[in-house]
Design a protein around this ligand. Structure first.
Ligand SMILES: C[S@@+](CC[C@H](N)C(=O)[O-])C[C@H]1O[C@@H](n2cnc3c(N)ncnc32)[C@H](O)[C@@H]1O
Length: 178
């Protein structure tokens, strides 16, 4: 049986073992050097079973176009895993190379029933998992559990609480629909 082929986008020096890494930094562990803001990336359509981009999407110039490129590269049914800071985390605005400051609904533009925003893109993803990590104090007080267990509470948190009950990292898993 062949091993699934995973593309680690913006792999830096922490490339997922067994994956193919891309990055623009020659000092990274990338197998292929490329600029994520130049499309297309040098791979054929549907050539990967999965893709991860850990702390990368906030660095690219165009989030929607980049997601569309991820969609092109991964086969139907394959998974895309993203991790990125919540905009209320210290790191989001501290790092001057961050171009985007996102929340847990920032990827709702790739489905048909996404609050009417599905027309932003033709690429389709099914959201399989969203996990929000909060600062330790709020985690100990049970807020992280509530935010992740109840989508309506997550919405309430984003609208009313997150400037006090601050977020940290968000993790998203999508299924590629083709
Ligand atoms: C915060 S680091 C994350 C590295 C790794 N994914 C990790 O979790 O340790 C962001 C990475 O994205 C790469 N990167 C940022 N913008 C890029 C671009 N336009 N093209 C290629 N790589 C880029 C950087 O070189 C860097 O290695």
């Amino acid at each position: 049986m062949t091993r699934p082929l995973i593309l680690d986008v913006g792999c830096g020096i922490n490339k997922l073992p067994g994956s193919l890494g891309i990055d623009r930094n020659a000092r990274s562990r990338a197998d292929v050097l490329c600029d994520l803001d130049h499309f297309p990336y040098p791979f054929r359509d549907s050539s990967f079973d999965g893709l991860q981009a850990i702390h990368v999407i906030e660095h690219v110039s165009d989030v929607l176009k980049t997601m569309e490129e991820f969609h092109r590269l991964v086969r139907g049914g394959g998974r895309v895993f993203l991790a990125t800071p919540h905009y209320t985390d210290f790191s989001s605005f501290c790092d001057p190379t961050h171009k985007w400051h996102l929340n847990s609904f920032s990827f709702r533009y790739f489905g048909d029933d996404n609050a009417g925003y599905g027309y932003y893109s033709t690429a389709r993803f099914r959201e399989k998992k969203v996990h929000v990590k909060l600062l330790a104090l709020w985690r100990y007080l049970g807020f992280e559990l509530l935010v992740n267990a109840f989508p309506r509470f997550r919405r309430f948190w984003e609208h009313y609480l997150c400037f006090v009950v601050r977020g940290k990292v968000m993790e998203f898993e999508f299924e590629v629909l083709k």
